[in-house]
Design a binder for this molecule. Structure first.
Ligand code: BGC
Length: 342
């Protein structure tokens, strides 16, 4: 037990050092200091890592931010939330491990009257309605799917050579995130429907769940290549890391670049943007981590001061008094400059 606690504390220190910069000195707590706790479902998720990095940048003499890694365990996350409540944090930001299971988090927060900002992994409406100090910051999953479909449709329409077998139909595969995640189900549906709506004839060869993960996506794509070979003309991926895993598969199998299908992702992570810049990925959809981190911080500050989300209505569109969603943006090699090094 003691050993587990020590390694948890070490992991937190390590994460804080990694994301806040190793030189940062701890600051003394003062009366007016705001204390914000964060727990993420998995610190090794590329997008989440970068989002948290943006959030931690708001740390200052007046703001303490502590980050915990739930390492894919809802039970661990529940304990972390309870610990942060005991430690007197003013607001807690929760990136749920299991977005259908926020009960323990909500009950503990409500009992102690500590507001919760859920982010990125959206809880169901019924749950957010269970207490008036529960909020969500994220984005509209459908919008990202539509944009991904538009990017792919534009490419298929303007680059006829993508239809490698010239049959007038684009054969494609889909790499999906975690089953049950709003951004997996909705993105897939919206991107495929958008392609159809834009008049592109499509034929789905297969799909695979790769849990947002680059290595898993490489394995699944290797299998696709073994099964369908050169028939694959387009890969729609629910995120950039899986799109990169697909590219890894083509590279590892030494398939020449001119034989690759078009690959489209979502997120605009640093590595994703580099792949677009290097013409390995056709495009991506920017998931505004800076905007989401800023909205989380603005909201945390207001709530810590006992204020209401409505105080932010000049800056953000607030849905149902509970949700702030930042818009996505399409990224291709022609506008990438706007996104690199953001
Ligand atoms: C991102 C993924 C990430 C997931 C984690 C999604 O919004 O696009 O890259 O893995 O959130 O919950």
């Amino acid at each position: 037990m003691k050993k587990a606690y020590v390694s948890l504390v070490m992991a937190i220190c390590l994460l804080t050092m990694m994301i806040a910069g190793c030189g940062k000195q701890p600051v003394n707590k003062s009366e007016s200091k705001i204390r914000i706790g964060v727990t993420v479902y998995d610190q090794y998720d590329t997008f989440i890592g970068q989002l948290v990095e943006c959030f931690v940048a708001f740390q200052s003499d007046d703001v303490e931010i502590a980050v915990y890694n739930a390492a894919q365990s809802q039970q661990t996350q529940n304990s972390q939330v309870k610990k942060m409540i005991e430690d007197g944090f003013d607001v807690i930001c929760v990136n749920l491990v299991d977005r259908t299971d926020p009960t323990t988090v909500i009950d503990a927060a409500r009992k102690a009257d500590v507001p919760i900002i859920f982010f990125n992994r959206e809880l169901v409406e019924g749950d957010i309605g269970r207490w008036d100090k529960l909020f969500y910051v994220g984005a509209n999953a459908e919008e990202s799917g539509v944009m991904e479909g538009e990017l792919a449709a534009w490419a298929c329409i303007t680059h006829k050579e993508l239809d490698k077998n010239r049959d007038g139909v684009i054969q494609f595969v889909v790499l999906e995130g975690e089953a049950g995640h709003q951004d997996a189900i909705v993105r897939t549906e919206a991107s495929v429907n958008t392609l159809k709506k834009q008049g592109v004839e499509i034929d789905k060869l297969g799909y695979a769940i790769a849990n947002w993960n680059r290595a898993q996506a490489q394995t699944k794509t290797t299998q696709f290549i073994e099964d369908y070979g050169d028939d694959i003309e387009l890969i729609l991926s629910n995120n950039d890391d899986m799109a990169l895993g697909a590219i890894d598969a083509y590279e590892a199998m030494a398939i020449p670049r001119n034989k690759w299908p078009a690959v489209v992702g979502i997120d605009g992570t640093d590595v994703g943007l580099e792949a677009v810049r290097d013409d390995k990925m056709l495009g991506t959809v920017y998931n505004d981590k800076e905007g989401q981190a800023t909205a989380m911080f603005d909201l945390a500050r207001v709530l810590a001061g006992g204020g209401s989300i409505e105080e932010l209505s000049d800056k953000y569109a607030i849905e149902n008094g509970r949700y702030i969603r930042l818009p996505y943006a399409k990224v291709t090699s022609s506008n990438i400059i706007r996104f690199m090094g953001k």
